[in-house]
Design a protein around this ligand. Structure first.
Ligand SMILES: NC(=O)C1=CN([C@@H]2O[C@H](COP(=O)(O)OP(=O)(O)OC[C@H]3O[C@@H](n4cnc5c(N)ncnc54)[C@H](O)[C@@H]3O)[C@@H](O)[C@H]2O)C=CC1
Ligand SMILES: O=C(O)C(=O)COP(=O)(O)O
Length: 347
């Protein structure tokens, strides 16, 4: 038996089809550590929890009950940006550092947000269908009604890493940009040509509203009916953030009653979406199955990063991307690099 047990639920990770742990183990090379799978159920995890020196959190939600069952665990490592899969408050109460992968696949998500924006604006799916269905002549009249993209306004809600990478792309398309994010300095926005704005300004003046909030207690159900009512009738709503930050019933109502013109969505309140979800039937809505972060680079990169983070804590060192850094000082782990303690709500 190896000296260190890294406990993980068996099976697929959040976005990928499972597979071995070769990338994680590459980063753990030289350490007497093994990744041990337990059943991907709350009870299965709880039964195995006392064996865990660290947890590789994937494939399921990690509840307070699961975290409280850990007796010697010194690290919970996530392969995602979003930390909503883990009850971070419970981990903090137990003094366990939680890490995420904040920098690994930003560019993919920004590409995806831009893809949803362009595809909804130029009605890509409907145009494609017209060609396939022999309705060639209907294509041009539809697009003759849409404005030119250049000069339109893109408003961001949340202006973290993904929104900034999206802004860099949108600038090349000649979009005006504004953003609502009270936690980000104005200089960060102005350096990217983005105007700081209130939430109301973003909602009422944007032709595209792109949502990038993490799922936190503060942001759950953030966008409600009254917010969709403030948007322009030509507005297109894009999200690659987290489903629960948007009241989906309100979004559906806004689309059905034409308060807004369309939507491009990668994330949903309930995933996978249910077959009877009204969004499935809406022609001017483009959907993708929570895969904005995916590319051939994504899986190896995030798995290596998880391995690197685990290797650090198993060697007694502070991890790189800790989302609850207040636990570090008392963790018994060694500081080995300058560490930013002032972090945003999800960084
Ligand atoms: N669809 C997908 O596959 C992916 C989804 N995501 C989701 O997108 C979210 C954003 O990702 P990043 O930009 O990398 O995260 P980030 O942590 O860099 O940015 C989040 C931003 O939201 C802001 N924010 C937090 N609470 C706020 C509030 N109440 N009001 C206004 N702004 C607030 C923060 O100040 C921060 O600037 C992640 O938390 C994750 O849930 C991330 C990667 C892939
Ligand atoms: O990193 C994130 O937060 C993402 O949404 C992408 O990965 P996930 O679907 O959470 O595994």
């Amino acid at each position: 038996m190896a000296k260190y047990t890294i406990l993980t639920p068996a099976g697929a990770s959040f976005t990928t089809a499972g597979g071995g742990y070769e990338y994680e183990m590459e980063a753990l090379e030289g350490l007497d550590a093994e990744i041990v799978e337990c059943p991907a159920t709350e009870e299965g995890f709880i039964a195995a929890a006392p064996t865990a020196d660290a947890v590789y959190a994937k494939g399921m939600k990690f509840t307070a009950a699961m975290i409280n069952a850990l007796t010697k665990c010194r690290h919970i490592a996530l392969g995602t940006v979003g930390v909503d899969y883990v009850d971070v408050a419970a981990a903090t109460a137990k003094g366990i550092p939680v890490t995420n992968c904040p920098d690994t696949f930003i560019e993919e998500v920004a590409d995806h947000a831009m893809m949803l924006l362009l595809a909804t604006h130029r009605r890509c799916i409907e145009q494609d269908r017209m060609v396939r269905e022999g309705r060639w002549a209907e294509g041009r009249p539809q697009l003759l009604k849409i404005p030119r993209l250049m000069g339109q306004t893109l408003g961001f809600i949340g202006f973290g890493r993904v929104a900034r990478a999206t802004a860099r792309r949108a600038k090349a398309f000649g979009l005006h940009m504004k953003a609502y994010d009270p936690y980000v300095e104005e200089l960060t926005l102005s350096a990217l040509g983005v105007e700081p704005a209130t939430l109301s300004e973003v909602l009422s003046t944007s032709d595209f509203v792109s949502m990038h909030l993490p799922d936190t207690p503060e942001t759950r159900g953030f966008l409600k009916e009254r917010h969709f009512r403030q948007m322009k009738p030509n507005a297109i709503f894009i999200t690659t953030g987290r489903g629960p930050t948007v009241n989906e019933a309100a979004l559906i109502k806004a689309l059905e009653e034409k308060w807004i013109a369309g939507a491009g969505l990668d994330v949903f309140e309930v995933e996978p979406t249910r077959p009877d979800n009204p969004l499935h039937r809406m022609p001017h809505v483009i959907l993708s199955p929570h895969n904005a972060s995916a590319s051939s680079r994504f899986d190896p990169a995030r798995k290596r990063r998880v391995g690197q983070e685990l290797a650090l804590t198993l060697q007694g060192k502070w991890p790189m991307s800790c989302v609850n850094p207040t636990v570090l000082e008392k963790s018994g782990l060694r500081r080995w690099q300058p560490y930013a303690m002032e972090r945003g709500p999800n960084s």
